[in-house]
Design a protein around this ligand. Structure first.
Ligand SMILES: Cc1cc2nc3c(=O)[nH]c(=O)nc-3n(C[C@H](O)[C@H](O)[C@H](O)COP(=O)(O)O)c2cc1C
Length: 327
């Protein structure tokens, strides 16, 4: 693809990469529009895809869109464009979350391999081996988050329970909350929803020891369908956070999350997300001062890393459905 022409096929590749991003319950809460005059891709929130009980203020929508923006940037650079990104560029258009202008690149960018990882990354909700990640990789993941304006902290193993306890409590609350459970259950795809939500193959088992609070998307998973398994005893958990908690911080956190996940994928490391505690302000706040000797921050995501089976691909809506016409 030449960097001087942006034809329909090129645009399709860019948007396909963007929609390969992770999103809350695979809701894919984004829409894309190309402004041909300025060669700018506009990324809007899709209000009809928001989960109003699980994500009442739209923080997870911003995180998800941030992930898509990072993928779009990675794809643009891969095809020779210089992506110039602006977050919340128009105060009077709050649903316009970001723009990425495809500027002519003055030089050949070195390949980072991240573009290939866009297609290989999948959430893996299976037990991991418990083998620790190499310290070099931990450093690289931390730097990747930093590059996007966020912080990645790896709590000490002694603090594992301090991370898992609020997550477990949130998981219990989510299951007991009729509206949230219904929202989640609706997104576990049945025959009517082939391009949104989670296929049953992606769900993963519960922890037989009830220690690792994997999300029960079906709200009341049936053991006979998916027997519980024993999860790693010493998980590698990371907390992604930002210094502030504004909409731009959520979008930055999303970009940081996706950069971290792509880098982990390149390193052969699987990941799953434990977002439950983020959905209850008091439980989210309980994670903001970990480690106890660090500054108080705003936690945006709990990530579980490890070595284990590749997660299955979850479906995506076709690119043309994620595109808006002119206007
Ligand atoms: C904001 C956000 C919150 C998420 N929360 C969870 C979660 O709590 N548990 C989980 O297993 N996956 C979680 N995910 C992962 C999505 O379920 C996953 O990205 C989506 O189903 C698409 O699948 P894929 O990641 O394999 O492409 C979350 C993703 C995002 C962006």
């Amino acid at each position: 693809m030449s960097s001087s022409t942006l034809d329909a096929a090129a645009l399709e590749r860019l948007v396909a990469a963007a929609v390969a991003a992770p999103s809350l319950h695979n809701t894919q809460p984004w829409r894309f529009r190309l402004d041909t005059d300025t060669r700018t891709v506009c990324i809007h929130a899709a209000p009809d895809r928001a989960l109003r009980h699980t994500d009442p203020v739209g923080r997870a929508v911003h995180l998800s869109v941030g992930c898509a923006v990072l993928n779009l940037r990675v794809a643009a650079a891969h095809f020779g464009w210089e992506p110039v990104t602006r977050l919340l560029p128009c105060p009077d258009r709050p649903a316009l979350l970001a723009t990425v202008r495809l500027a002519e690149s003055v030089r050949d960018a070195p390949s980072t391999g991240l573009y290939e990882a866009v297609w290989r990354r999948h959430s893996s909700r299976f037990p991991f081996s418990g083998r620790p990640l190499p310290s070099d990789l931990l450093t690289e993941l931390t730097e990747a988050a930093h590059l996007e304006g966020a912080t990645l902290r790896f709590p000490r193993h002694n603090d594992t329970d301090r991370v898992l306890r609020p997550t477990r409590e949130a998981e219990l609350r989510n299951r007991a909350d009729v509206d949230r459970a219904a929202e989640s259950r609706r997104l576990v795809s049945g025959p009517h929803s082939r391009s949104l939500g989670l296929p049953s193959a992606a769900l993963g088992p519960q922890d037989a020891r009830d220690r690792m609070p994997m999300r029960d998307f079906g709200a009341h998973r049936h053991q006979e369908v998916l027997p519980a398994r024993t999860f790693e005893t010493r998980p590698t958990l990371a907390l992604l956070s930002t210094a502030h908690d504004r909409r731009t911080d959520w979008l930055r956190a999303g970009q940081a999350l996706e950069r971290v996940l792509l880098l982990a994928t390149l390193g052969g490391v699987r990941a799953s997300l434990l977002h439950q505690a983020m959905e209850w302000p008091d439980l989210r706040g309980a994670l903001d001062d970990l480690p106890v000797d660090g500054p108080r921050v705003h936690t945006q995501m709990v990530i579980r890393f490890g070595y284990g089976p590749e997660g299955p691909a979850s479906p995506r809506r076709p690119v043309e459905e994620a595109m808006e016409g002119d206007g």
